[in-house]
Design a binder for this molecule. Structure first.
Ligand code: HEM
Length: 155
């Protein structure tokens, strides 16, 4: 099945929908979600965008655990992440967490490539995988905060 990616357009409104409860059930609840997301972050650790993340394995593992809690909650599992956001709107909070990093659309596409690889290894209904994919494909656009507006004077 195709994992489609469309380009991020600056200031364009990005509608997104949380993955369905059926996805969370099919992935195997919290423990299945941990398997999927830890696989994803292990792929990230070996990817071209690994430099965004802590290089130290123990520190990286902490990111893995923390971020997975967000995805568990997002997908309708127990509210294990909420305390991290301190009561703020979770979507807004999640967008702004990324402000500390310079994220281009190319970095996003690499991030999505890692997610595609993790999902492809997941044995579950394709349509439900697409449901999760649609969320990450859309929401990741909101984390992009660096657009190439300058033309290179040397070429
Ligand atoms: C669907 C899209 C995405 C979601 C839901 C998401 C989710 C998260 C979450 C939950 C955190 C941890 C927040 C916390 O500190 O509590 C985080 C941090 C981070 N994300 Fe994302 N992310 C997304 C896209 C991206 C993309 C495209 C990049 C591109 C490089 C990225 C890079 C990072 C980095 C560098 C951190 C900080 C890691 C650290 O703590 O050192 N994220 N993200």
């Amino acid at each position: 099945m195709a994992y489609e990616i469309s380009k991020t357009v600056k200031d364009e409104k990005v509608p997104f929908k949380r993955p369905s409860p059926e996805f969370f059930e099919a992935v195997g609840g919290s423990s299945g979600m941990r398997e999927l997301m830890y696989r994803f972050y292990d792929i990230i650790y070996e990817s071209d965008i690994h430099n965004f993340f802590p290089q130290d394995k123990a520190e990286f593992d902490k990111v893995k655990v923390k971020n997975t809690k967000f995805f568990i909650q997002l997908c309708g599992g127990p509210k294990v992440y909420e305390q991290e956001a301190g009561g703020a709107d979770l979507n807004d909070y999640m967008i702004h967490i990324h402000d500390d990093f310079t994220i281009t659309d190319n970095a996003r596409i690499e991030w999505l490539g890692c997610m595609k690889e993790a999902l492809e290894q997941q044995d579950m209904d394709e349509e439900l995988k697409q449901d999760f994919w649609r969320y990450v494909e859309a929401f990741s656009k909101l984390t992009v905060n660096q657009f190439n507006t300058l033309s290179n004077p040397y070429f």
